[in-house]
Design a binder for this molecule. Structure first.
Ligand code: SAM
Length: 226
């Protein structure tokens, strides 16, 4: 049986019909809860959290020397989560907010800039090490998501994962929390739909390097051919 859960996120009230039957949370979710990232919230994905879903993809990378890039650092909660879970990873974070620089430290590099700007993308990683995992948790504006993806896809390693989060912002007026003062939504579903359709067509084209696309509630994971 589902239950309506009301929650307040960043000033916005959101309601979810969820199945809150207890589900086992994995190691990554527990680490995320400790660091306070909202990726550990479980009401959005039917009793699982984003991190539970990610763990099934991340397991093989856990103790390897991987490179992880996240767009959107905010209070550092997720970069600290990645640092603890991935024992040997180099974590790169990018954010337009200058205060995020404070979260830089051992195995964590923070670049301040706009992730839709090629100059920022080049500054993050001048030696052009390929990323094994890229997570877009930035503006959640469809055109930004598409621009960053187009700048970053070639920088993803073979077999790498490109994750786009919080797609409830992308899908349409009724679920769009990114409205302006007049309530006009920032996103048109059509923009993200055309983008996803182009990716699906590439999955169906053997000489392109998109192996598969996994859609979860509010999340898309695009896997590069190895
Ligand atoms: C949802 S928060 C990130 C939360 C963080 N990943 C976590 O899980 O704890 C989104 C962040 O994206 C940043 N942001 C928004 N637009 C951006 C852009 N164009 N480039 C880089 N960062 C951006 C905002 O400043 C904000 O800190």
């Amino acid at each position: 049986m589902g239950k309506i859960v009301t929650t307040k996120m960043e000033g916005n009230t959101e309601q979810y019909l969820v199945n809150l039957a207890p589900k086992p949370h994995g190691t990554l979710c527990k680490i995320g809860t400790k660091h306070g990232t909202d990726k550990a919230n479980h009401y959005r994905t039917d009793g699982l959290c984003y991190l539970d879903i990610y763990e099934s993809y991340f397991k093989n990378f856990k103790d390897k020397e991987v490179n992880i890039l996240e767009i959107g650092v905010r209070t550092g909660n997720s970069v600290f989560t990645w640092k603890e879970y991935f024992s040997k990873a180099n974590i790169f974070g990018v954010d337009i907010n200058t205060s995020c620089k404070q979260f830089e430290g051992e195995r964590i590099k923070i670049v301040i800039g706009d992730a839709t700007d090629v100059k920022t993308i080049n500054e993050i990683n001048p030696s052009e090490i390929k990323y094994d995992i890229i997570i877009d948790d930035g503006s959640h504006i469809n055109l930004d998501i598409i621009t960053s993806f187009n700048l970053l896809w070639d920088k993803l390693s073979d077999g790498g994962l490109y994750i786009i989060e919080d797609l409830y912002n992308s899908y349409g007026v009724d679920r769009d929390i990114l409205g302006d003062a007049a309530g006009t939504p920032a996103n048109k579903r059509e923009d993200i739909s055309i983008f996803f359709d182009s990716l699906i067509r590439e999955v169906d084209t053997p000489f392109k390097n998109k192996l598969s696309i996994h859609f979860w509630r509010h999340i898309c994971i695009i896997i590069k051919s190895s």
